[in-house]
Design a protein around this ligand. Structure first.
Ligand SMILES: [Zn+2]
Length: 262
């Protein structure tokens, strides 16, 4: 049995938290200070800040609802389908995607323009959704809070300011273990939602080709795609996933590329 040690540390410095929760993906008990409700509150708060700092929400409602409809296909097959997720495009030439706690998932127009198919889009949304269902940001923030608790007031550390949290999230260091897990779970979600597993491989190849020509923010928070292509290919073979499943090239062209003037 896995023991949730950080809870003891918290108790010993006098704070009382329900510090351990069962992770919906792994089924293991782990240190996480934030209830689903609190994660949602944080996400709602930070999402306002995202749009202030990183880029306005794309005004084109048809594009937004298409994006959300692809996201909701992933939600239906994920570990926590009733928790509520939203998928939004933000107007920014950077190439990035990220998830806030509570299921607020963002993708930039820079990244949308680099993709060619719905399956590629779904692979990114699936990866980000997996970060949320596996509680990666809540767990990382809980650990950081304990590290910081010794030097700052706990109330302050827990809430942070929305602005500083966004800065943190942009440079957020999910561990390698978290990234690999999000890739593996994301692959399962992608296939269960009816898409070709090669959507994720193609996405990695696209990002890799772009990496030589300009800075890609996706890389600052994600491991090098070259390694990921290797282990994802092994994973596809090991799980017996076949290349069947939706690609959705014309849907993507109609609903995203042509609407973004590409
Ligand atoms: Zn990731």
């Amino acid at each position: 049995m896995k023991i949730c040690w950080p809870l003891l540390a918290v108790s010993s410095i006098g704070f009382v938290f329900a510090g351990c929760q069962v992770n919906p993906v792994t089924g293991e008990n782990e240190f996480n200070l934030y209830s689903v409700e609190q994660q949602k509150q944080m996400g709602a708060e930070y999402s306002k800040e995202v749009e202030k700092q990183l880029g306005q929400s794309v005004k084109d409602q048809q594009l937004q609802s298409y994006l959300d409809s692809v996201g909701q296909k992933i939600v239906r097959v994920c570990h926590t389908p009733t928790e509520g997720f939203s998928y939004k495009a933000i107007d920014s030439n950077t190439v990035n995607a990220f998830a806030l706690p509570g299921g607020y998932i963002y993708i930039t127009t820079g990244l949308l323009k680099a993709l060619n198919t719905e399956a590629q889009l779904a692979s990114i949304l699936a990866h980000e959704t997996a970060h949320v269902t596996a509680r990666h940001s809540a767990v990382t923030m809980s650990r950081d809070l304990i590290i910081n608790a010794g030097v700052s007031a706990v109330g302050e550390g827990m809430a942070g300011t929305a602005a500083s949290i966004i800065t943190q999230l942009q440079g957020m260091s999910y561990s390698r273990e978290h990234e690999r897990q999000a890739d593996q779970i994301g692959l399962d979600y992608l296939v269960k939602a009816g898409y070709t597993p090669y959507g994720i491989i193609e996405t990695m190849e696209i990002l890799q080709r772009q990496s030589g020509s300009r800075t890609i923010e996706f890389f600052s928070t994600h491991p090098n795609p070259e390694n990921r292509i290797g282990y994802l290919q092994k994973e596809i073979a090991a799980k017996g996933y076949r290349g069947e499943g939706k690609t959705g090239q014309s849907e993507y062209r109609t609903n995203v590329l042509s609407r973004l003037g590409k």
